[in-house]
Design a protein around this ligand. Structure first.
Ligand SMILES: *Cc1c(COP(=O)(O)O)cnc(C)c1O
Length: 444
């Protein structure tokens, strides 16, 4: 299957190229030329299938033409070695816990899947004795992070041969729990502590991608949700959630709510709907960064500088995947509004929600999931059942959660294990020349 650019000015690409390059030449995002629906029998029987079986059927629609069946199955099964349960919170609101992976956030699935698919294509190139001048050199993944992305990508790519990951993070701006998840790994993961803020890290990564001399000297790619191999596999979650709700006899009037930042996660769910997933409608829950919410209200998209919130993984002022949603709905605002409604919450409201939910149900929300829970509480119609994504384990935001709820929540053993490792990172200033020299020296 070929992939075209949302800017429509670049040639179409194979899956292999789309995964290795990440972004199209015209800076657009890659979209599959077709979205294959799953047959009705699949949905009739879905409640009897395991998470891995469901995910493989979905992956086969996306990637089956381009990856042989055994390899694809292996990649899916390797990625999904944990559970993804739905948990009842109130009579009509359930949560889909997406935080049972290695770094306790939903990005684990996309990161691991992308690492394995990239490895698959690199091996194939090597076997074919490929053309590229420098074909034994590693692929270098550059990723800027304010916390969650870096940990998921570093752990997803850990130990994958032929790929080296550089995680750039702002000094003193990442919580200690998050920092230890990408600074203690070693092997093919290098953490770089930039003396600056997140935007400086992102600017360095962008400059590196635009530096043609550097790109000639080393293979560079990105691992954020612009990459099709990272965002599409997130659709597995929604098919699995539907299966779980169907098992409970609650799948007829489903509303799914996704706390959103860059809109990669919800975009994968919308692809799921195109493939026939019987979800009635979706809700995009935002923090104070209300760009998408405003688009739904007005039909106009105006990116803004992001504002800092306690749900910081959603602090995005110009969500990349808006371009994909726009393309999916052929720019038809009414069609977007028919499938998706929006909600936006300020920090004080998020904190109130966390307290109210904890006091009435005992469920501990993290600040991101809290936006989802509140959006369903505000927007569910009579007869509808809502499922919101809990996108991270509350312990990842322990300080914030404990402050708001006056709790001392337990840190899962998996997180504690990271905290016992030895922190190792390379301190660098925020200027591009120093970063570039560092990368070239690493390569030499
Ligand atoms: C990344 C992230 C989000 C936002 O997901 P998008 O795909 O960028 O919309 C929400 N919550 C948490 C905890 C995250 O890490």
């Amino acid at each position: 299957m070929n992939y075209y650019s949302t800017n429509h000015k670049a040639p179409t690409a194979t899956l292999e190229k789309a995964v290795i390059k990440g972004l199209a030449e015209d800076k657009g995002l890659y979209m599959p030329e077709r979205i294959k629906p799953l047959p009705q029998e699949f949905f009739d029987n879905i409640e009897n299938l395991s998470f891995q079986e469901i995910a493989y059927a979905v992956a086969d629609c996306f990637f089956g033409e381009d990856v042989d069946a055994d390899s694809l199955k292996h990649i899916v099964y390797d990625t999904l070695q944990f559970d993804c349960p739905v948990v009842k919170v109130t009579d009509n609101i359930y949560t889909l816990e997406l935080f049972h992976g290695p770094t306790l956030a939903f990005k684990d699935v996309g990161a691991r899947f992308m690492a394995r698919l990239l490895q698959y294509f690199l091996r194939k190139e090597k076997e074919a004795g490929c053309c590229c001048a420098d074909d034994n050199s590693e692929v270098n993944v550059l990723v800027a992070t304010s916390g969650d992305t870096g940990s998921a990508v570093a752990n997803g790519f850990l130990g994958v041969d032929g790929i080296h990951v550089y995680v750039l993070y702002p000094k003193g701006k990442v919580s200690p729990i998050q920092e230890c998840q990408f600074t203690t790994l070693g092997q093919n993961i290098t953490a770089i502590e930039i003396d600056g803020v997140f935007d400086d890290c992102q600017a360095l990564v962008k400059s590196a991608f635009m530096d043609s001399e550097l790109n000639a000297a080393m293979k560079l790619t990105s691992a954020n949700s612009i990459n099709v191999a990272r965002f599409l596999p997130q659709a597995f979650y929604y098919f699995n959630a539907y299966a779980r709700m169907k098992r409970l006899g609650l799948a007829d009037n489903l509303v799914m709510c996704v706390p959103s930042g860059n809109f990669g996660n919800i975009c994968s769910a919308l692809f799921g709907k195109r493939m026939g997933l019987p979800v009635k409608r979706f809700v995009a829950a935002n923090n104070a960064n209300d760009i998408f919410y405003n688009y739904l209200q007005t039909g106009e998209y105006h990116p803004k500088a992001s504002v800092q919130t306690i749900a910081n993984a959603m602090d995005v002022g110009d969500p990349s995947n808006f371009a994909r949603i726009y393309e999916l709905y052929k720019a038809d605002h009414a069609a977007v509004c028919a499938d998706i409604s929006g909600a936006t919450y300020k920090d004080a409201e998020i904190a109130e929600t966390m307290k109210a939910c904890y006091n009435t149900t005992g469920y501990v929300l993290d600040p991101h999931g809290a936006c989802g829970y509140q959006a369903l509480s505000d927007l569910l119609q009579p007869g509808e059942i809502g499922v919101f994504c809990e996108t991270a384990h509350p312990a990842k935001f322990k300080e914030t959660v404990d402050n708001i709820l006056s709790t001392d929540i337990e840190i899962p053993a998996r997180l504690l294990a990271f905290m016992e490792g030895k922190k190792c990172s390379v301190p660098l200033p925020k200027d591009y020349e120093t970063f570039r020299t560092f990368l070239l020296k690493e390569k030499a």
